[in-house]
Design a protein around this ligand. Structure first.
Ligand code: S6P
Ligand code: ZN
Length: 188
């Protein structure tokens, strides 16, 4: 076969996730996440929640997509900063996350309402099988940084999560530690 791409290398700062050369950077602020946090009404709309930096590769199933995500420490109401979370549009497409910095929780859920939580930390390789929606939550005082690698044609379905939410939320408990509680707004 005739190759479609020339090989290339991107340098990643293992502490900050910064890519060199810089890639497209997508910031997500509280204003971009209306409806995602249960108690988000009084939040500062300019507050930066996370940024994603993705490699420029076409979205086909013969490629691997990759990106780094940096989630700022902080909360909106009682909920820790988190990504929007999504199913893959092509539902059976899988993904791995490699933890680089900080402490997080990877919240996963199936369409029939099961949920599953894995720890995110430097050196952890989290496997997200096809069929599991995934959301990363920064429960620490530092940035949460991780590398994601996924099947090229996976695509991101945000609408299902916007409509139904995740079955659980990760909140700060009375003892100041992260706690997983049911999401009263979850719709299966
Ligand atoms: C893509 C992969 C990650 C996320 C990123 C931000 O399939 O799971 O690159 O896009 O962590 O999360 P979200 O939910 O805003 O896409
Ligand atoms: Zn994904």
């Amino acid at each position: 076969m005739k190759p479609k791409l020339d090989p290339f290398t991107t340098m990643m700062d293992l502490r900050t996730g910064a890519l060199d050369p810089e890639r497209d950077l997508a910031p997500r602020r509280v204003r971009d996440m209306t409806g995602y946090f249960l108690h988000g009404d009084d939040a500062d709309l300019d507050q930066l929640v996370y940024e994603v930096s993705a490699m420029p590769v076409e979205p086909s199933n013969s490629e691997l997509q990759s990106s780094t995500t940096v989630i700022q420490p902080g909360r909106v109401g009682d909920e820790y900063h988190m990504t929007k979370g999504h199913f893959h549009i092509v539902r059976d497409r899988s993904e791995i996350y490699v933890g680089l910095r900080g402490e997080g929780r990877l919240v996963m859920a199936t369409e029939d309402g099961q949920h599953w939580i894995e720890p995110m930390l430097p050196g952890a390789i989290n496997y997200v099988p096809g069929g599991w929606a995934h959301r990363s939550v920064n429960v620490g005082d530092d940035e949460l940084v991780f590398l994601a690698v996924y099947v090229g044609d996976a695509g991101q379905d945000y609408r299902t999560i916007e409509e139904r939410g995740f079955p659980v939320r990760v909140v700060v408990g009375d003892d100041g530690q992260p706690e997983v509680v049911d999401n009263p707004r979850y719709r299966r």
